[in-house]
Design a protein around this ligand. Structure first.
Ligand code: NIG
Ligand code: FE
Length: 416
């Protein structure tokens, strides 16, 4: 199939974009892309591709923007229930960490998720995955972390594998047993850390190849934060995971700077995420590594906080910057990468071009898939979107409505 007559075809070709190289969209005016089955065969100008492939069935993009589907590399999209009551409490003055320390927050979603039937968990999650897909996300990372016992975390993984198999949204899966201290271990974070290291991770290592033989190993992530997992505990969990062969991620510096970003760089984590309170020194360490810095602007927005990830400092230090939604029931119930882009432009001072690259090719790198997705290049997966705008700068500029008109996933066309 030949998709042609795009006002602009954004190829994002050439691999992940570091530092000030961020924002190279590889624009082909009046562009076209030829796809066959699940793959991209060719990209070029409409006249050139129509001449070269005159007999292909065609899809007229009608002067709209065509670009790679968004890759959302940090979500907690699987949970049951909601926390609208806590939202109201926060508006009345309670802080996010006060609510968590009082047994609410993540723990209230853990209780709801544990008690939900598998069917309810799947149904609620499926609705969100469809919403992400219709907003143009073609691949998303999703974390467990609302189970916090071996059995309930495995149940979340099982549900994620089933949802990935259903499609069309493709999932990259992360084990986040270290999302909070399980209620059974309240006041004994070392005890829960030992359970993760001595039981959960070894069990998962054994379980995965039997249940997900065709999937890459899941990422192992941890919430390194005051009152949750200390830097020392985070090191213990991540080092144990690394020895077992898991790729690593970390929630670092969301509320306090504990040194999580530095730890990620040292351990060769695939990404370090949040990075609001990261020190200049830690930014330098991170930028000098292969670890992708993932900014989550929906989170400070969702918490009505003023501070965002210091994107300019990360870029000046030549770091690899990506964007994600952080979709979760507590801080950021947002399925839409277009909104993350709009916030990143305003509060992280990214240009639309920089934000688009951070939400496609660089976010693919944040889940180790930049060789398959995140750009429109021959041989890559045919994951693309037709956006109902004439120019890429409308992304970021406009917000609050869904600008995506058509999503093409592995070569299949889904009008939205
Ligand atoms: O990334 N920081 C920890 N995890 C989520 C929030 C999860 C929740 O509140 O349920 C985050 O912001
Ligand atoms: Fe998160």
């Amino acid at each position: 199939m030949l998709i042609h007559s795009a006002s602009q075809l954004l190829t994002l070709s050439g691999g992940p974009q570091r530092g000030n190289a961020l924002g190279d969209l590889g624009i082909i005016p009046n562009g076209a892309v030829l796809i066959k089955d699940e793959k991209i065969i060719a990209v070029g100008s409409t006249p050139a591709l129509l001449a070269a492939y005159p007999n292909e069935p065609s899809l007229d993009a009608g002067g709209k923007l065509v670009m790679p589907g968004f890759v959302d590399p940090h979500t907690h999209a699987i949970w049951a229930g909601d926390r609208s009551g806590e939202f109201e409490m926060r508006l009345q003055g309670k802080t996010y960490m006060e609510i968590l320390n009082a047994g609410g927050g993540i723990i209230s979603s853990v209780k709801a998720t544990r008690h939900a039937s598998l069917n309810k968990l799947l149904t609620e999650t499926r609705t969100r995955l469809w919403s992400m897909f219709s907003c143009g996300t073609t691949t998303a990372e999703v974390k467990t972390g609302y189970g916090l016992s071996t059995a309930s975390e495995l149940r979340m993984l099982q549900a994620l594998l089933a949802l990935d198999a259903e499609g069309p949204l493709e999932l990259a899966i992360t084990f986040l047993g270290a999302h909070a201290i399980a209620p059974e271990f309240q006041g004994n974070s070392d005890g829960y850390t030992e359970l993760i290291c001595n039981t959960m991770l070894p069990v998962l290592k054994d379980w995965w190849p039997h249940h997900a033989p065709y999937h890459p190993m899941p990422f192992v992530d941890i919430f390194c934060e005051t009152g949750v997992f200390s830097l020392e505990q985070s090191r213990h969990v991540l080092e144990t995971a690394r020895i077992l062969g898991f790729p690593l991620k970390i929630h670092a510096d969301e509320f306090d700077n504990l040194g999580g970003a530095q730890l990620a760089a040292e351990l060769g984590a695939v990404s370090a995420d949040h990075l609001v309170k990261t020190s200049p020194q830690d930014i330098l360490s991170l930028a000098a590594s292969e670890t992708v810095a993932v900014a989550l602007p929906c989170t400070p927005f969702g918490l009505a906080e003023k501070e965002y990830t210091p994107a300019q400092a990360i870029l000046e230090a030549n770091g690899l910057l990506a964007l994600a939604t952080d979709l979760n029931p507590g801080t950021a119930w947002c399925e839409n990468m277009q909104f993350a882009i709009a916030l990143a432009c305003r509060y992280m001072k990214l240009t639309p071009a920089q934000a688009i690259a951070a939400a496609t090719i660089n976010s693919a790198a944040a889940i180790s898939r930049a060789d398959q997705i995140g750009s429109l290049e021959p041989g890559k997966q045919a994951d693309l979107i037709i956006v109902n705008v004439p120019d890429y700068r409308h992304l970021g500029y406009r917000f609050g409505s869904n600008l995506v008109q058509t999503v093409i996933k592995k070569g299949r066309v889904y009008p939205v």
